[in-house]
Ligand binder design. Structure first.
Ligand code: NDP
Length: 469
């Protein structure tokens, strides 16, 4: 029997799409899905039969036979539900694998779990790679952005597979690169998703301002977004939002039938927790996450809208569309600045040596946050990691700051909650203020808890305490 070059476990949405992508790139595959009597039977073989692209692939529901069908050292991609299920599958695999084999986890695992699994597999002389994969079902099929982490010496064993199936940047290079040791790959995928939360929320808030504040129809909003796409604001998320705005069911807009309760699968809260642990303000991601949580209190919101009657007090506002565009543009820049700041802090803390220009480059295609902005960041990130300190950004933010302020006012005046825009404005003001109000916080801390403070007039003199009364 000819042995397969690459194995894949977990034929759900992502596993199936990645299998087709691998097969299209000419790789000989072995595919495995678990057998659950009466529920999940013959999944791999049925899938292989469903698509001629898979004619050379072999299907299994027996782990021993699946492993035996692979060339050594075995390279096996797991596309299964993150969490305890993954540990369970790894424990089933260890007795049938050999020293030198490589397991790649392409799911959305927590980066700390990935580090633990790398150490665990290393004890068995096996390699473990925690790899972020972004692009959803379509990206997985046509070319995702891939973010593999783990031991550097493992990457050459798997690079030809991952780089072949990854999306390509504008120069034709793979949107896949070795990210860093430990859980670095999964960390940056988590931050990618966090940035994605805020990007989505900004579009939702823009929609809210235009629709409920400014009285524009979804079709008109689609037209406005389309103009922005042509004005340097192109992004995958704006593009899909245009299609969403125009989608009709019978004669009504489909979005008007979609319940306004946002779900989440946890990566936004992981990003927020990681940021709190590392002391980095990712206020836009946090605002977007909490906006989703607040949306889920639908019944309370309905009750309170009757109790408070605010919505009727808000005035229809004439939203200046150019100002909204300018505010949206710089809010997105601030969001990206915060995400890259978080990655910088994690890299410094764990000594990952992240290459931020490369991270931006592999996010220029295939992934959900691909955009003109991401393209623009690749070059300057080679020398300046703080996006708000890039010369071009300083000029742009100075120019558009008034627009951001005016949009916040328009939101307040029309009773539209715009938490992400507000977080952007607040962060910009705080980050550019030489004098903050934290002296008051320090005085209060020293007053009630003798926590001490440093002096402006003698910063080198250490910490001081005052008997306040
Ligand atoms: P699906 O729910 O479609 O598929 C999950 C797969 O995991 C199925 O093959 C399922 O097998 C398998 N599985 C679940 N529990 C077990 C178990 N205990 N033992 C063995 N196999 C198990 O998920 P997706 O394909 O959407 O996602 C897979 C991973 O990729 C997840 O970690 C997800 O977060 C991540 N991801 C998803 C993206 C997306 O857009 N959907 C994008 C990027 C990453 P069975 O069919 O037998 O239940």
């Amino acid at each position: 029997m000819q042995l397969s070059e690459f194995g894949l476990i977990g034929l759900g949405v992502m596993g199936k799409s990645l299998s087709l992508n691998l097969a299209e790139n000419g790789f000989h595959l072995s595919l495995y899905n678990r057998h659950e009597t009466g529920i999940e039977e013959n999944v791999a073989n049925d899938f292989i039969e469903s698509d001629p692209l898979l004619k050379s692939a072999k299907g299994f529901d027996d782990l021993n036979k699946f492993v035996a069908s692979l060339e050594a050292p075995r390279k096996i991609l797991l596309m299964i539900k993150a969490g305890p299920a993954l540990d369970k599958v790894i424990d089933l695999m260890i007795p049938v694998l050999e020293a030198g084999d490589v397991i790649i986890d392409g799911g959305n695992s927590h980066y700390k779990d990935t580090k633990r699994r790398i150490d665990y597999l290393a004890n068995h002389q096996m390699h473990f790679v925690g790899s972020g994969v972004s692009g959803g079902e379509e990206g997985a099929r046509k070319g995702p952005s891939i973010m593999p982490g783990g031991a550097k010496e493992t990457y050459p064993l798997i690079s030809r597979f991952l780089e072949a199936i990854a999306a390509k940047d504008k120069y034709g290079n793979a949107c896949c690169t070795y990210i860093g040791s430990e859980g670095a790959g999964h960390f940056i995928k988590m931050v990618h998703n966090g940035v994605e939360y805020a990007e989505m929320q900004l579009i939702a808030e823009t929609y809210g301002l235009l629709r409920y504040g400014g009285g524009h129809t979804p079709d008109q909003i689609a037209g406005i977004f389309e103009n922005w796409m042509g004005q340097g604001l192109s992004s995958y998320l704006l593009e899909i939002s245009i299609n969403i705005m125009r989608k009709k069911e019978n004669d009504s807009w489909l979005i008007d039938q979609i319940l306004d309760k946002a779900g989440n699968k946890g990566t936004g809260s992981w990003t927020t927790i990681a940021a709190a642990e590392l002391g980095v303000p990712v206020t836009m991601i946090t605002a977007a996450l909490f906006a989703r949580y607040t949306s889920s209190f639908k019944n309370e919101r309905i009750e309170n809208s009757a109790a408070y009657n605010f919505e009727k007090n808000g005035t229809a506002t004439s939203i200046d569309i150019d100002q909204l565009r300018d505010a949206y543009q710089i809010a997105r820049i601030i969001n990206h600045h915060q995400g890259f700041h978080l990655m910088q802090a994690a890299s410094d803390d764990a000594n990952w040596g992240l290459n931020f220009s490369e991270i931006a480059r592999i996010w220029t295609n295939g992934c959900i946050i691909r955009s003109d902005l991401m393209e623009q960041l690749v070059e300057p990130l080679k020398t300046e990691h703080r996006i708000l300190n890039m010369k071009s950004m300083v000029t742009l933010l100075e120019k558009n700051k008034t627009a951001l302020g005016n949009i916040i006012k328009a939101g307040v005046n029309s009773d539209q909650a715009i938490p992400c825009f507000s977080a952007a404005a607040t962060y910009l003001l705080t980050y550019t203020s030489a004098q903050s109000t934290a002296n008051i916080i320090q005085a209060q801390r020293d007053y009630f808890g003798a926590h001490t403070y440093q002096r402006m007039d003698d910063p080198e003199s250490g910490f001081h305490h005052t008997e306040w009364v």
